[in-house]
Design a protein around this ligand. Structure first.
Ligand SMILES: Nc1nc2c(ncn2[C@@H]2O[C@H](COP(=O)(O)O[C@H]3[C@@H](O)[C@H](n4cnc5c(=O)[nH]c(N)nc54)O[C@@H]3COP(=O)(O)O)[C@@H](O)[C@H]2O)c(=O)[nH]1
Length: 903
């Protein structure tokens, strides 16, 4: 039964619980009321009947007494007797005769007109009682011709009995009263009969005259005969009809609620009245009503009990039903949530029966994901075997392999041929469950085709160099790892060769990056040609390549052969930018296990060997050796010391004057860094600068130099010594994103005018980073700062590249100055630089000028400025000020003489 029906039934039941007792009460009430009315009506009817009976009885009684009265009168009149003593005996005889056999007659007598008793039926001779106080005397003496008058009861003086007198007049012929004959009906006679009716305590039987006087009452109370209803409204109701009945709630006699029946005694002025108290009448009714009410109440209670049990039972059922409904709702909700979950999952949710792997449930998104709809999955009992069983390796994935430990997910990857021919990669997470004794496999199958593709791409990106398609550094690290593990097991030797393309950056910058890339591809191919069958070539980045040579039994021979093959391969030109160029490579080699136990150590040492190869003039190869290791150690030591040197303020700047050949005066100073390493002494600047460059410390160091130099120059300016300060800037510094800001800040911080600062940037640095550098140089130039190309001539500067540079000055490298004017080649180079600078409107400063011939040659060729030991080595700031401030114009040679010349 539905919950609603239960509720309806319970509601109906509740209505019944309320209505039934009410109905019972109403029905019982109505029955009681009807009973009440019929009881009252019955009592009225009874009282009326009794009154009628009384009236008939009274009629008979009074009638008989009246007959006897009349018979006596007839006899008296016949005998013409008088109410005198002489006739007393005769009167007595007549009267005694009239009483004969009449037990109801209490007395009979004759009263003279003067009220004196003159005869008695029961007593002879009679005492002359005075009867003038009698009601019948006063009535009959005042009413002529009246018939028998029923008078109010009296107590007979002759025998003391109470009786109801019936009296008549006997008149003289003249109409005057001759005598009154009176017969009294014994009231005890009525009383006896009335009592014999046994009507109960509350009943009252009365004879009453129409004028309201009570003449007989049972029970007889002392004042009953004194009662006169003349003024009571009841009298009117008692005389309204011959007979009748009514209820009077306020009885005249005793103020009780009574049922009254009445009946007129025919041919008389008397009414018979029978009353009974309503209480007495209603007593049985009350009893019955009580019983009815009890029955109603008990049956109501029983019914209520029954209904309550039913109510409780239904409540329990309703509760159960509600619980079931709730459970159903929860189940529905869970089902909905499950469905939403399944719909929301980007995978096919399924269940299959073991052991044959037949699908019993497949979510609706199967078609969208796999190309086969759920029916196809479930319809084909061999769907798994036919469609899904192809694993990553192309082999069948047997169901038993899919099923992991019970209850645990075991992901498998497999391929699926979609109906449209696409090959999909799927991953299924499966779980084995035992449901009602049946083994199931449940799983979620997701499409991982894109992920697989991405993985492949990622693998490619991680392991393959995009340009050359060679394994990249990452792949090389892995390969070396595997090779070392194998070598450790097999006790074999592994060689790692690091290869750098000589001067690649310069070539790359001068030819353009596209040509550089083309060249790298060509180099990779060329190197690849040289590999042995087990060797692995990788591109480590930029122009750096590496070769892994495994199982090197005859180390030197095998590596030498490889080096020779490489050397031979690079005898041929490599195509680049529609040209063909000769390229050389340098190589450093480290061996496992003697040069390192792991990748890092081997590569570091191979790098050291490569470094040494380059330092030794490039286009060659070297094995790593222990002395190289010491070099490396030394480098590391210096790096550590360098890091601390800044904090410990171990650096200082010295200043080398720059001299104008046009004005013969000191026009500037180059700030040069010095490191007095405690316990070691002065470290060659070139040496620690290289380490600082390699370790990145050059940035912090360069910033310190820039700030110190600017502050020093500004200090000189403040005392009036307005010279230009040249500061060396490394390529690493130039690469810093905030380099321009840094220059701006230091100028602002020191207060040095921008045009008094010159930044010297090496030609190599400018070439390697020309695109990035250009913007920064333009910004710096826009500030007013001057720019000089340091070590000019050592790089591969071309006219076109110089044209783009916002430089002011070219600084001819000292290697070209050293042998002028004796070396014609150097002279030619210096002339060419000067000519080119002139064409580009650039000034030229020659560094490393140590002799007067050099100076004069330069002056003669139009060089604007010189710098070198001829004038002065770099000196401290104080010395610089002392020596050159206020020194005035003069020949450089004089300066030298003056200052003490060569250091
Ligand atoms: N990035 C930075 N590089 C710096 C800084 N300070 C110096 N350097 C660079 O270090 C290299 C070596 O410098 P240094 O040992 O100071 O040598 C300089 C001069 O002492 C030397 N010189 C000057 N005149 C002569 C001479 O007549 N003969 C001779 N044999 N040597 C001479 O030349 C060096 C100056 O070179 P340059 O900078 O090219 O003008 C050197 O490359 C410095 O640039 C620094 O703070 N930052």
């Amino acid at each position: 039964m539905a919950l609603q029906s239960f509720r309806k039934v319970r509601r109906s039941l509740l209505a019944l619980v309320i209505a039934l007792p009410a109905l019972y009460a109403v029905v019982a009430g109505l029955a009681i009321m009807r009973d009440y009315r019929s009881t009252i009506e019955q009592a009225e009817s009874d009282m009326r009947n009794i009154a009628t009976t009384l009236s008939e009885h009274a009629m008979r009684t009074f009638g008989e007494a009246d007959i006897r009265l009349r018979a006596a009168i007839t006899e008296i009149e016949r005998l013409r007797l008088e109410p005198v003593p002489n006739d007393q005996l005769a009167l007595h005889n007549i009267l005694a005769d009239a009483m004969k056999d009449a037990p109801q007659v209490a007395a009979i007598g004759v009263i003279a007109p003067d009220g004196i008793s003159r005869g008695s039926g029961s007593v002879y001779p009679i005492a002359p009682f005075d009867n003038r106080d009698r009601e019948y005397y006063s009535y009959l003496t005042t009413h002529h011709g009246s018939g028998t008058h029923i008078a109010r009861p009296i107590k007979a003086r002759s025998n003391g009995k109470w009786g109801i007198p019936l009296a008549r007049r006997i008149d003289n012929p003249d109409g005057s009263l001759k005598m009154i004959v009176e017969i009294a009906v014994d009231m005890s006679y009525f009383d006896r009969i009335y009592r014999s009716l046994n009507l109960g305590e509350g009943s009252r039987l009365t004879l009453m005259r129409r004028d309201g006087w009570v003449i007989m009452a049972t029970p007889m109370t002392p004042d009953a005969l004194q009662l006169n209803l003349a003024n009571s409204p009841v009298l009117a109701r008692l005389t309204r009809a011959n007979s009748g009945a009514f209820r009077n709630e306020d009885s005249v006699v005793d103020h009780r609620d009574r049922i009254i029946g009445y009946a007129t005694v025919p041919e008389s002025q008397v009414v018979a009245v029978a009353t009974i108290t309503s209480n007495q009448v209603l007593e049985p009714w009350l009893k019955r009503s009580g019983e009815t009410a009890t029955v109603a109440a008990v049956s109501s209670l029983l019914l209520l009990g029954l209904l309550s049990v039913l109510w409780i039972r239904l409540g329990e059922l309703e509760e159960t039903q509600a619980g079931l409904a709730r459970r159903n709702e929860e189940l529905d909700s869970a089902r909905r949530r499950f469905q939403e979950l399944v719909d929301g999952i980007d995978g096919i949710v399924w269940e299959a029966l073991l052991p044959d792997f037949r699908f019993t449930y497949v979510s609706g998104n199967a078609k969208a994901i796999s190309g086969y709809d759920a029916q196809e999955w479930m319809g084909d009992p061999h769907f798994w075997n036919n469609k899904l069983c192809c694993g990553a390796d192309g082999k069948r994935v047997e169901p038993v392999l899919v099923v992991g430990s019970r209850g645990l997910f075991k992901p498998i990857e497999h391929r699926l041929q979609a109906p449209d021919g696409r090959e999909l990669w799927l991953r299924s997470n499966v779980m084995v469950a035992d449901s009602m004794g049946q083994l199931h496999v449940r799983g979620i199958t997701v499409d991982i085709t894109r992920q697989k593709r991405s993985e492949a791409q990622l693998f490619q990106a991680i392991h393959v160099d995009a340009l050359t398609t060679l394994p990249n550094r990452h792949a090389f690290v892995e390969s070396v790892g595997h090779a070392l593990a194998l070598a450790e097991r097999n006790k074999t030797i592994v060689a790692i060769a690091l290869i750098d393309v000589d001067n690649f950056n310069t070539l790359n910058d001068s030819l353009g990056h596209e040509a550089g890339d083309e060249m790298l591809v060509g180099i990779a191919e060329r190197l690849h040609e040289c590999l042995g069958p087990t060797d692995t070539l990788a591109r480590m980045g930029g122009d750096e390549f590496a070769i892994l040579i495994e199982d090197v039994d005859r180390v030197a021979l095998k590596v030498e052969q490889l080096a020779e093959r490489i050397n031979a391969a690079f005898q041929r030109r490599i195509p680049a930018d529609a040209r063909e160029l000769y390229v050389t490579v340098s190589m450093g080699i480290a061996l496992y296990p003697q040069d390192g136990a792991d990748y890092q150590a081997l590569v570091r040492n191979a790098d050291t060997a490569l470094y040494r190869t380059k330092a030794a003039g490039r286009n060659n190869w070297q094995f790593f050796n222990s002395s190289m290791a010491r070099l490396v150690e030394h480098r590391l030591d210096m790096e550590t010391a360098l890091r601390q040197a800044l904090d410990k303020e171990e650096f200082r700047l010295v200043y080398q004057p720059q001299y104008s050949l046009q004005t013969d005066s000191i026009i500037g100073a180059e700030a040069l860094l010095r490191w007095d390493r405690p316990g070691v002494g002065l470290i060659p600047t070139q040496e620690f600068i290289r380490v600082a460059e390699d370790s990145g410390l050059i940035v912090a160091l360069g910033n310190w130099v820039l700030r110190t130099a600017c502050c020093q120059a500004a200090a000189w300016h403040r005392v009036g010594f307005r010279v230009r300060i040249a500061v060396n800037v490394s390529v690493t510094q130039l690469r810093q994103a905030d380099f321009v800001e840094r220059v701006r800040d230091e100028l602002a911080h020191s207060g040095l005018p921008p045009h008094c600062l010159e930044l010297e940037i090496t030609e190599g640095a400018l070439i390697s980073d020309i695109v990035e550098a250009l913007d920064k140089l333009h910004e710096i130039k826009a500030m007013g700062v001057e720019l000089a190309v340091d070590d000019f001539g050592t790089g591969y500067s071309s006219l076109s590249y110089l044209k783009q540079m916002p430089v002011d000055r070219l600084k001819v490298d000292q290697s070209f100055v050293r042998d002028i004017p004796s070396n014609s080649d150097d002279c030619a180079i210096v002339r060419a630089i000067l000519a080119m600078a002139s064409n580009l409107n650039l000034e030229v400063i020659a560094e490393g000028v140590e002799s007067e011939p050099q100076m004069e040659f330069l002056r003669g060729e139009g060089c604007q400025e010189i710098q070198g030991f001829l004038l002065s080595p770099a000196v401290s700031a104080d010395n610089f000020l002392k020596r050159f401030f206020g020194a005035g114009r003069g020949r450089a040679v004089k300066w030298r003489e003056k200052l003490g010349g060569r250091p």
